[in-house]
Design a protein around this ligand. Structure first.
Ligand code: SAM
Length: 466
């Protein structure tokens, strides 16, 4: 059992000592010290008083600071050894990690090939055991809002992805490169993580993780995770990435692709990282925090990211209220979205948008949802009538100041018994009016990232203290 650590001694010393023995292949104290000091352990003449003093202290450094002359010799020797082993960390960072950070963080400063086979001393899991901890609360068995063919209820479009079949259609469409918003979003995220402001924020030590709202985009999640692991300083501890999506099949799309990649990647071998998929509604995020056992976010600031065009699909007032309750001042919010200029959408653009929704894979996605719903709920509608419903999908594009001024809505509906039923919404925002609206929830516009030849943007907000 690990001994009690006092704030005076070297942090996590028992584990560090075990790791040093493993690294230098030496169990015997004096021989270990000679190796750390860069001496030949078989050379009797090198085994002097300094070696003896350091060896005597090996059982004691968990409670004593290495600030005396003996401790300083040891610390300098560790720094020298780490550099000789190819560490690219700064001397001060190695010194800091040796004295004040835990064993895994000190070992993370060595090149991965030098720590190959090193057992995990302490609380970290080795990367080969990187497994997601799923948080999927029970859902009600019967939810009227999950039925797009029910004329009496407003369909909630989070159910568009509520089946393995729907997730497969999404995967084919988005990951296959046929969905332009997916690629525009990925490109702009790649540019975002290169921005000095982003790098400075994550390197500042104030940020402890990411909350990604909406799964199913492993390429983009990967861009964000790489940046998180590269930039968050080791002193912050393992960064946390929460991946939130109401639909487990969509979380599966991400996790099935991300985890094998992460395991194969040396970056993760070297750096602790927690990834937690949450199967919850964005509008009910405090549901997970109520139990208190599993955290959706870190106590440090987090970056909330809502990629794709998902933000524009949501009930914005409900979503912003839910987010405001979970966010802390200093948190960032990155929203990926198509935008419009002040003069709105031209007739030609409307035609292109309609085409995109009515033909090809976006319409496959909608039809798949409707088919699943029909099989599930409406066995009494005959196939011919259902085909009519499928063919009745239509797209309405109009300016709508409610709730965000200057916005254009793209509403998709179907006709059942001559009545229109809404099944999906997408929005395009006018940046200035939208930024003004976001202030109502405390979020202030910081900067945005464009994508060439498109109206798509990543827009970065910060929650200000009220
Ligand atoms: C367009 S899809 C995937 C977008 C993907 N993240 C991207 O970046 O391209 C939108 C995702 O948001 C999820 N979603 C929509 N509304 C939600 C809500 N209210 N709560 C939780 N997840 C929701 C859906 O399940 C779906 O997986």
């Amino acid at each position: 059992m690990a001994r009690k650590q006092t704030s005076k001694g070297i942090t996590d010393w028992d584990n560090k000592l075990k790791a040093l023995r493993f690294l230098f292949g030496e169990e015997q104290d004096r021989r270990l010290v000679m190796q750390i000091l860069g001496r030949d352990p078989n050379d009797k003449a090198s085994d002097d008083k300094t070696v003896g003093s350091i060896a005597d202290m090996l059982p004691k450094w968990h409670t004593s600071n290495p600030t005396g002359s003996v401790g300083k010799i040891l610390t300098d020797a560790i720094v020298k050894q780490w550099m000789a082993l190819g560490s690219s960390a700064h001397e001060a960072a190695i010194r800091q990690a040796f004295i004040h950070e835990n064993c895994a963080q000190l070992m993370a400063l060595l090149p991965p090939e030098k720590t190959k086979g090193l057992p995990t001393f302490g609380t970290k899991r080795p990367h080969s055991e990187l497994i997601p901890l799923w948080v999927i609360p029970r859902r009600p068995h019967h939810d009227e809002n999950a039925d797009p063919l029910n004329p009496d209820t407003e369909f909630d479009q989070k159910y568009l992805y509520d089946s393995p079949a729907a997730a497969r259609v999404w995967e084919r469409m988005a990951l296959g490169g046929a969905y332009s918003v997916y690629t525009q979003c990925q490109e702009s995220l790649q540019r975002l993580v290169q921005r000095p402001a982003w790098r400075a924020a994550l390197e500042s030590g104030h940020f402890g993780g990411l909350v990604i709202l909406g799964a199913g985009a492993p390429h983009k999640e990967r861009v964000l995770l790489n940046s998180l692991c590269q930039l968050v300083p080791a002193s912050v501890g393992d960064p946390l990435c929460s991946l939130v999506d109401f639909n487990k099949p969509m979380l599966d799309v991400s996790i099935h692709q991300l985890f094998p990649d992460l395991k194969a990647d040396q970056l993760w071998a070297n750096r602790g990282l927690q990834i937690v998929p949450f199967g919850i509604d964005f509008n009910d995020m405090n549901r997970v925090n109520r139990g208190g056992l599993i955290r959706l976010r870190t106590e440090k600031n987090v970056v909330w990211v809502i990629p794709g065009a998902t933000y524009g699909n949501l009930d914005l007032q409900k979503f912003m209220t839910s987010l405001r309750n979970e966010a802390l001042p200093g948190d960032w919010l990155v929203i990926g979205t198509p935008t419009v200029l002040e003069n709105g959408i031209t007739e030609q653009e409307k035609k292109a948008i309609r085409n995109a929704f009515l033909s090809g894979q976006v319409s496959d996605l909608l039809k798949n949802t409707l088919t699943t719903a029909w099989l599930h709920w409406h066995r009494n509608i005959n196939e011919a009538t259902f085909q009519e419903i499928l063919n009745s999908i239509h797209v309405d594009i109009s300016a709508n100041d409610n709730p965000v001024p200057g916005t254009w809505d793209i509403d998709i509906s179907i006709k059942i018994n001559e009545t229109d039923h809404f099944i999906a919404k997408s929005r395009r925002f006018e940046l200035q009016a939208w930024s003004e609206w976001m202030k109502k929830y405390g979020f202030e516009y910081q900067f945005d990232i464009d994508v060439l030849e498109s109206t798509y943007k990543q827009v970065v907000f910060e929650l200000k203290a009220s």
